[in-house]
Design a protein around this ligand. Structure first.
Ligand SMILES: [Zn+2]
Length: 340
């Protein structure tokens, strides 16, 4: 589709495992002018529902929200960010947080929505891709965005476009095996020893709990022991607080798991020379500047040095629905102007 005119309405969506956020995107100011949110019809809210039934409910919610945001009619342009990998044909490959692990074959959500809304251009993207569009400093920039929350995901943008490959499998560094031990921590995809199960918030919590058993004296002397009498009482919030208090024992264990992530980021740098790495996600941003500088040091330790300055290359980004909606709106508008 070739378009030279402006879309009458551009609505952006950020579909998460628990809530759907929507907003009117204004291309002129690159901002969200009105917003709405609803609960995602997921497998927890509708126990026993099939993935097809959940998807049908999701489409109804999206359509109602789109009309609400676009003054009663369907918008001409929709940017839809989804929490799972998507291939270039608009097939959603896996969305465990909404449909569960058993999703079966790829779901052609992009094509189904276009059929349902024939007058609307639907631009479907992964949610980390949407966050990447938000963090683009220039339309042709090349950089890597990585989210560290309960899991880990990334997208590498080359000349302003996310590179996911012909099969849409790129940007999933969370599912690289970094610990081949048969009893390595499980990942939310069902695999074991994956980066996302080890260096994420969930993985860090598991590592600290294991460390209590292996080094009880270290735990007793740590800041964590102030509010937790044993491994089972440790929380991510307590880890973040101890990390901010510069607790040496906690920092050492956070560094232990973060080193796996650093090696993967160093692989991206050494493979294709990316020089800007933006970190987002609840866990990374809660740990904050200390995490950024620790990760930069660990990346520096993970590859040779041809003059690159990891301290300048690793930065903290912005997370949250606002960033995701603006990113989804930007991506949709970019596609409207320059259809791929
Ligand atoms: Zn995995």
């Amino acid at each position: 589709m070739s378009e030279s005119r402006e879309p009458e309405h551009c609505v952006a969506f950020d579909v998460g495992g628990t809530s759907i956020r929507g907003g009117c995107y204004d291309p002129a100011t690159q901002s969200i002018t009105a917003s709405a949110h609803r609960h995602t019809p997921n497998l927890h809210a509708h126990a026993g529902a099939s993935a097809d039934e959940l998807q049908a409910k999701l489409f109804v919610e999206l359509e109602e929200m789109a009309r609400e945001l676009a003054g009663g009619k369907l918008p001409q342009l929709v940017g839809l960010a989804f929490p799972g990998p998507i291939d270039p044909a608009g097939n959603v490959l896996s969305v465990p947080t909404i449909f569960g692990r058993q999703v079966g074959p790829p779901r052609p959500i992009g094509r189904q929505l276009s059929k349902r809304w024939p007058e609307t251009q639907v631009v479907l993207m992964n949610d980390v891709t949407a966050a990447g569009y938000y963090h683009l400093n220039a339309p042709d920039e090349s950089f890597c965005i990585t989210t560290v929350s309960s899991g880990i995901g990334n997208k590498v943008f080359i000349h302003g476009r996310p590179m996911v490959g012909p099969g849409g499998r790129g940007g999933e560094i969370g599912h690289i095996v970094v610990d081949p031990a048969p009893d390595a921590l499980p990942c939310d995809c069902g695999g074991r020893g994956h980066l996302g199960g080890i260096a994420s918030g969930r993985g860090t919590l598991a590592a600290l709990k294991r460390a209590v058993a292996e080094d009880p004296a270290g735990f007793e002397n740590s800041n964590l022991a102030v509010n937790a009498s044993g491994a089972e009482q440790i929380t991510n919030e307590a880890i973040v607080a101890a990390f901010h208090a510069n607790d040496a024992w906690v920092t050492r264990h956070v560094a232990g798991v973060t080193a796996y992530l650093a090696r993967v980021l160093a692989s991206i740098h050494t493979a294709i020379g990316i020089e800007r790495f933006v970190m987002i996600g609840g866990f990374a941003l809660a740990l904050g500047e200390g995490y950024r500088s620790l990760l930069a040091q660990l990346c520096d330790d993970s590859c040779w040095n041809l003059g690159q300055d990891w301290d300048k290359m690793i930065e903290l980004g912005t997370t949250g629905s606002h960033a995701a909606l603006i990113g989804a709106g930007r991506a949709a508008y970019d596609n409207w102007k320059q259809p791929s």
